[in-house]
Design a protein around this ligand. Structure first.
Ligand code: NAD
Ligand code: 13P
Length: 416
């Protein structure tokens, strides 16, 4: 039997953490996976500071290629400093080379860069590859809103599922326990090779319906346009068990579901709510205000899912899974969107400025998602139906202030 080759497309804070998890698992599952894991790195020059254990007198302050540093020292000193990466991760500056011959592609980079990445690899990947998107964001275009998993899948002509959860990368990189949710609902042609146990989570009411016919359905219940190539029989099946083996660690517990829309929307929309939580916390309003923002935000997330992806989305994905309420809670407690929004209010500067000053190249997803979701809602005259999502965008644009939030989200305001 052949083995699966895995490539991580992206190497930021979360990309490097997921690469660590996967490389630990390919090492101990050599019957299923090639041990070596490719990690595509957006190449840049990095200066190693004198305080670093990797500072080399003979090189001094001269900038070095990030890929060389990762391959030599097994640490992503810029985006995941202080964490030892398994030596079977190969940092590769060539995107096309990194994805070549890979059967499993993990997309893990800030959503603003995915378009360019897909353009570069279209037609250069195995036709029967399968993917998982770890991206937290939604794709908004003139046609409306779509999930990145489906957008990538349609663009590359492969099936792509989604991973999302209460997953602050630095905690997981330090091997502190967390849970995650993977939504993977491949077309029946994949299932027919090896039946996938489709309900692994007896405690959750949300899990999984069997596909009602042999045509693959997208997250809106439409027949998918993508013409998929089956995974050849000499490979181990790319099913729920395979992805559990690839991602599950003692410190990273995986739940598999089929609700790709719910998992993807949870990860995208909670970033907007986390900004709101940061705004009210920065204003000094305390925990009650933050809880109110989280409650209203969760309701708007459910409403958004039901209104635009109602054919497939499960409310329980938002209210019961790690990708829903748990991610909302962790993000509103210690996520980057929350922290930057809080500091912006405290300092009286913009969230974009805090991002530039404090994140050393890491990217917020909430600010652009707030804008993108707002343009989608505005085009449909629906801003008033999503008052918190709308208020966050207005605050970011300087058209409203944090003090306006209670009025903008109040029930009486909505009914007037
Ligand atoms: P990050 O915030 O660390 O972003 C920096 C990455 O972007 C670096 O790898 C950098 O090389 C890359 N980059 C910069 N310019 C680029 C360009 N022009 N083209 C391509 N890449 C470029 O990224 P991250 O934390 O790995 O986030 C990736 C995704 O994972 C996001 O959607 C995020 O919401 C999600 N996520 C993040 C966390 C977390 O705690 N960091 C947790 C869960 C999910
Ligand atoms: P931030 O991007 O706001 O840090 O959120 C990280 C995250 O998605 C935690 O699950």
């Amino acid at each position: 039997e052949k083995k699966h080759k895995v490539t991580i497309v992206g190497s930021g804070n979360w990309g490097s953490t997921i690469a660590k998890i996967i490389a630990e698992n390919t090492r101990v599952n050599k019957d299923l996976f090639e041990e070596e894991v490719q990690m595509w790195v957006y190449e840049e020059d990095v200066t190693i500071p004198k305080t670093s254990p990797y500072y080399d007198e003979s090189i001094g302050d001269a900038p070095q290629k990030l890929t060389n540093i990762i391959n030599k020292h097994h640490e992503n000193v810029k985006y995941l400093p202080g964490i030892a990466l398994p030596s079977n991760i190969v940092a590769n500056p060539s995107l096309v080379d990194a994805v070549q011959d890979s059967t499993i592609l993990i997309f893990n980079l800030p959503h603003q860069f995915i378009r360019n990445v897909c353009d570069q690899i279209r037609g250069k990947i195995l036709p029967f590859a399968r993917g998982i998107s770890c991206i937290k964001g939604v794709n908004v275009s003139d046609d409306g809103v779509s999930l990145f998993s489906e957008w990538i899948g349609d663009g590359l002509n492969i099936y792509v599922g989604a991973l999302s959860g209460a997953n602050i990368a630095s905690e997981i990189a330090a091997e502190k326990w967390s849970e995650t949710t993977i939504a993977y609902d491949p077309p029946p042609m994949d299932n027919s090779r090896a039946p996938t146990p489709r309900s692994q989570s007896p405690n959750l009411t949300m899990t999984v319906t069997e596909p009602s016919d042999m045509a693959h359905r997208d997250a809106r219940g439409r027949k998918s346009k993508t013409k998929l190539t089956p995974v050849p029989a000499e490979y181990p099946p790319l099913d729920h068990d395979c992805f559990r083996t690839l991602f599950h660690r003692p410190y990273f517990h995986v739940q598999l579901v089929s609700d790709v829309a719910g998992v993807s929307l949870g990860g995208a929309l909670k970033n907007i709510v986390a900004l709101a939580a940061g705004f009210v916390d920065g204003r000094g309003w305390g925990d009650n205000a933050k809880a109110a923002v989280m409650r209203i935000g969760l309701m708007e997330m459910v409403k958004f899912g039901k209104e635009f992806f109602g054919e497939t989305v499960h409310t329980a994905t938002f209210t019961e899974s790690s990708a829903g309420v748990a991610d909302l809670i962790t993000s509103c407690s210690g996520g980057r969107n929350f922290r930057c929004a809080k500091k912006a209010v405290e300092k009286g500067i913009s969230v974009d400025e805090v991002e530039k000053q404090d994140l050393n190249g890491q990217k917020l997803q909430g600010t652009s998602t707030a804008f993108e979701v707002n343009s989608f809602l505005k085009a449909r005259g629906l801003e008033k139906d999503y008052p918190l999502l709308t208020a966050v965008n207005a605050i970011l644009l300087g058209k409203a202030s944090v003090d306006d939030i209670p009025r903008l989200v109040s029930e009486t305001e909505k009914t007037q």
